[in-house]
Design a protein around this ligand. Sequence first.
Ligand code: SF4
Ligand code: SF4
Length: 376
Amino acid sequence: MSTVVILKCEDYNPELICEKLQYALKMIDFRPENYKKLLLKPNLLMSKKPEEATTTHPAVVEGLINILKKENIDLIVADSPGGPYNVKRLNAVYEKTGIKDVCEKTGTPLNYNTSSIEIELKGESKIKALPVIYPYKECDGVVSLAKLKTHGMAVYTGAVKNLYGMIPGGYKVELHFRIREIERFMDLLLDMYETINPLLSIIDGVIAMEGDGPSQGTGRKLGILIISDDALAADYAASRIINLSKNDFPLIKRAIERGLFKEESIRFVGDSIDSVKVNDFKIPLKKDMTFIRGILPRFLEIYLKEIMTPKPYVVLNQCKGCSECYLTCPPKAICIEDKKAKIDYKKCIKCFCCHELCPYQAIKIRRNFIYEKLLK
Ligand code: SF4
Ligand code: SF4
């Protein structure tokens, strides 16, 4: 039985957050004294200010640090943001996201060691071993400090998807290239969840992101914190709050198929889902197109799939030619011509890494009208 605590939290007042987290940790019977050193893993996708709702708010990280420090546990804050994994980039992300300030204020080490260790993965993915950021080796537990956001490829990102950020820079890109089917990608996330098995998951939904997440969406105040001893259960609670059905949520759908998730095994504590639920959260749904398989001639099926699949496109007057998308595109489908990005759709695998990481929001997602309006 796992426990999910849902708590209304109006703003990022550090005392308020601390108070909420303290209550939640008591409810899930989290005993920090059992651990020597914990890895705190916020979602630091890219260099964005806290108010842009792309990264875990520093006040949430600070609240947890202040609680754990009282127990004299060693801590380290670490993540591998999108793009190359090097000290310069880490420093830029830590500064802009406000995490560096929090760590300096609380005297908590921030990771600058860009080496990695290999872990063997439990589960069903074809990937049997993975490199992860070095601090994982030195700690006896991981805390997933996630941000509640939509995601162009995964539909939703929270506590489990946050673990993908433990894979160092370039290897994340390589995996996107090797694993193109959404179900297989979910298998990898579930294997990471089973293997890393975070001791604690905290989802920052005070200001969540809706629409074109995980970086180009809009901040949406949900005023909630979700805390759990089970990352998958925490994500399930978040999905219920944003009115995302199990069928439209690839991670939970796959977890159910694999026998990893049962709704009846969750004990909910705190504010009820109904009291915080929103029915109009903008979610980039990915409709399963397999229903057309076998009912149409093969060439028509391929054609329909092609025109119905959302695609990235470059907004030329916003593109600064910075090459970030070129560097992060797994199949090298992007080139820079006349200081503008250009996508080769024959190579594009629709992973949306470019959309996720463009610092100027110059890559948007084009969805077919029929897909948008009729299949919803
Ligand atoms: S699309 Fe974005 S990331 Fe790519 S070159 Fe233009 S500004 Fe840079
Ligand atoms: S162009 Fe964008 S969506 Fe297409 S493969 Fe490259 S990074 Fe992925």
